[in-house]
Design a protein around this ligand. Structure first.
Ligand code: CIR
Length: 263
C-alpha cells in the first residue's frame, strides 16, 4: 500500500475571526468564545507542524465569518488545485480569496465558475478515487463541473449522497489510511464505502467522524474516548485537539485546513 493519500508536505489554515460569532450553524448553541477558539486553532496548527509539514497560517478575514473553515474553499490534489464555489451565499467570496495562496504553490489552479455549487467538505479523496457527497451545499451542476475540470488529471470520481441533516459528507467520515475510513454508522449504512475497511465511531460519538489523517497522526477532536481507544487499539497515533468552539459552528478537524503535497 502506498501512503500518498495521507502524506502531506503542506497545509494552509486561517485564524478564526472576531466575526466568527456570526458564523453559520444548524442549531444555535451559543457563540464561539474567540480566545478559546484561537487557542484550539493554535494547538491544531502545532499538531500539523509537529509532523514536519510546512503550515501557512493566513490572517483572519472579518468579512467572512466562516472563513476559518478553509477546507470548503478549495480542493488540493497532487497535480493542481480546484477553487470551489460554496453553496452558502455568505461563503461564496471566500473561495476566490484562497486562489492567490494556492497559485504560489501550484502551477495549475482552476476554478469552479458555476452556476453549480460545491464545497470541499463534501469531498473525500482516497487512494483510489474522489468521493463526493451531494448535500445542501454541493449540487449536481457543481459536481459535473468539478468532474470536467479534474478529468485532465485522470481521477476516478464517484458521487454519493450525504445523509439528510448532515452538513457535509465529511462531517460523517475521514480517511485513516489508504484503505481505511472512520465513519458514522448512519453514513456507512448507505453502502458508499463498499470495498474499504470501515471503523465506526462509537454510538453517541458521531461528532468525531470529522477527524484527519495527517502524516503520522490521526488528529481528532477531544472528548470522544471510546472512538479514540478503538483507534489506538488499531495502531493509530492520536492527537486530540479541543474543538468546542468550532463545533458551535458545525466545524471539525478537516474543515480547519487544506492539506496537500504539490508535485
Ligand atoms: C458552515 O456552515 O459552512 C460553517 N459554519 C461550518 C463549515 C464546516 N466545514 C466543513 O465541514 N468542511
Amino acid at each position: 500500500m502506498s501512503d500518498k493519500s495521507f502524506t502531506f508536505s503542506h497545509a494552509i489554515s486561517r485564524k478564526p475571526s472576531r466575526s466568527s460569532v456570526d458564523g453559520l450553524r444548524a442549531v444555535n448553541v451559543g457563540a464561539p468564545d474567540l480566545a478559546r477558539f484561537e487557542q484550539h486553532h493554535a494547538d491544531y496548527v502545532a499538531a500539523l507542524r509537529s509532523t514536519g509539514a510546512e503550515v501557512t497560517v493566513l490572517d483572519a478575514m472579518e468579512e467572512f465569518p466562516d472563513s476559518v473553515f478553509v477546507e470548503d474553499a478549495a480542493l488540493c490534489l497532487q497535480e493542481g488545485a480546484v477553487i470551489m464555489r460554496p453553496g452558502a451565499p455568505t461563503r461564496l467570496g471566500e473561495a476566490r480569496e484562497m486562489a492567490p495562496h494556492l497559485e504560489t504553490l501550484y502551477s495549475e489552479v482552476v476554478c469552479i465558475e458555476g452556476p453549480g455549487f460545491i464545497e470541499g467538505g463534501d469531498i473525500l479523496t482516497t487512494e483510489r478515487e474522489i468521493l463526493i457527497g451531494l448535500s445542501a451545499r454541493t449540487d449536481k451542476a457543481g459536481v459535473d463541473e468539478f468532474i470536467r475540470l479534474v478529468d485532465r488529471w485522470r481521477y476516478a470520481v464517484r458521487v454519493v449522497d450525504t445523509p439528510p441533516d448532515v452538513l457535509h459528507f465529511k462531517t460523517d467520515c475521514s480517511l485513516l489510511d489508504g484503505e481505511t475510513i472512520l465513519a458514522t454508522k448512519r453514513l456507512d449504512r448507505s453502502g458508499c464505502f463498499k470495498g474499504y475497511n470501515v471503523i465506526h465511531t462509537a454510538d453517541g460519538e458521531e461528532a468525531c467522524a470529522n477527524s484527519i489523517r495527517f502524516n503520522n497522526l490521526v488528529i481528532m477532536p477531544a472528548g470522544f474516548p471510546r472512538t479514540r481507544d478503538q483507534l489506538l487499539a488499531a495502531g493509530y497515533e492520536i492527537r486530540e485537539i479541543g474543538n468546542s468552539e468550532a463545533a458551535k459552528l458545525d466545524g471539525g478537524m478537516s474543515c480547519l485546513s487544506l492539506r496537500f503535497s504539490p508535485s
